[in-house]
Design a protein around this ligand. Structure first.
Ligand code: PEP
Ligand code: MG
Length: 291
């Protein structure tokens, strides 16, 4: 069975009624790109950028970020690579940023909330992304967004970075801008967000955690850590319906995207891209082919 599964690596997954589902990889660092391609990744649905910021004494330079992001963009060529801007908070210390002590870091100053308030963090990251887009099909998305006001603010800063780079004569590429749907507020506000975003990517790990008020790392709460809960499915459906109305694509980049039991449900709700840890890709393609 392993051998047959392996053959699914480079299949273009389609349901029996002809719906094409893109199966992509989640990357935790630039060095994972080649391996992901070997597993059959058709793109990167979630490029987590935290690796560049952790376990060091100062923020990474724009140049260092440019090297890492452009390497992944190059490796994937025409295939989409969705870079997620930094998503850390009070549970992880970030050198170079003065973080408050927080009683509830997962409900605290993290993700886009921090990026919007720390220009020396957000600016270089966005500039590095825009420059890397000259080398491939790079897109950008923002984590932990709760409403369109935040999303617009983040896009404005990206626009300013783009203007700066143009004025400096530095080459950039076109960048589609999407939003992660991983807070209940974002799912409930999906109709408004969909009018401003090029795509949605549902982060089921956090969407489950915040919807069911269950810490995603708490072993005692295993039974509350699945996207297969009616409340979560309702929010996923709202998100897909809003995207459908606006004509933008929806992906899933949380754990649920790689779970064989969840894939048919997500596809039925309108998801057209699934992004997961690369070793789960062949099985996901096989599951899609059987829908
Ligand atoms: C998610 O929340 O589902 C997600 C993909 O992001 P992360 O796991 O990095 O929080
Ligand atoms: Mg998340």
């Amino acid at each position: 069975e392993q051998a047959t599964l392996y053959e699914y690596r480079h299949v273009e997954a389609r349901t029996a009624d002809g719906r094409r589902i893109e199966v992509a990889a989640n990357l935790g660092s630039a060095s994972e790109a080649e391996g992901a391609l070997e597993w059959g990744a058709e793109g990167v649905g979630l490029f987590r950028t935290e690796f560049l910021f952790m376990e060091r004494d100062e923020l990474p330079s724009e140049e260092e970020q440019y090297e890492a992001y452009s390497a992944v963009a190059r490796a994937f060529g025409d295939r989409p690579v969705i870079l997620r801007t930094l998503d850390v908070g009070g549970d992880k210390s970030l050198p170079g940023v003065d973080q408050p002590e927080e009683e509830n870091p997962f409900l605290g100053w993290r993700g886009i909330r921090m990026s919007l308030e720390v220009p020396e963090l957000f600016g270089p990251q966005l500039r590095a992304a825009l420059r890397s887009a000259a080398h491939g099909n790079l897109k950008v998305m923002f984590p932990m967004v709760v409403d369109a006001t935040e999303f617009r603010a983040a896009k404005r800063i990206l626009g300013t970075c783009q203007e700066e780079l143009e004025a400096e004569g530095v080459p950039t590429g076109p960048v589609e801008v999407g939003v992660m749907i991983e807070t209940p507020a974002a799912a409930l506000g999906a109709a408004e967000l969909a009018r401003e975003a090029a795509f949605f990517s549902i982060g089921t790990n956090d969407l489950v955690q915040y919807t069911l008020a269950a810490d995603r790392g708490n072993e005692k709460l295993r039974h509350l850590q699945s996207a297969d809960h009616p409340a979560v499915l309702k929010l996923i459906k709202m998100t897909c319906d809003a995207a459908g109305t606006a004509g933008i694509p929806v992906g899933v980049c949380g754990e649920a995207a790689g779970e064989p039991a969840m894939i048919p449900r997500l596809v039925e709700l309108g998801v057209t891209e699934l992004s997961m840890g690369a070793p789960a890709i062949p099985r996901a393609k096989q599951v899609v082919s059987g829908i």
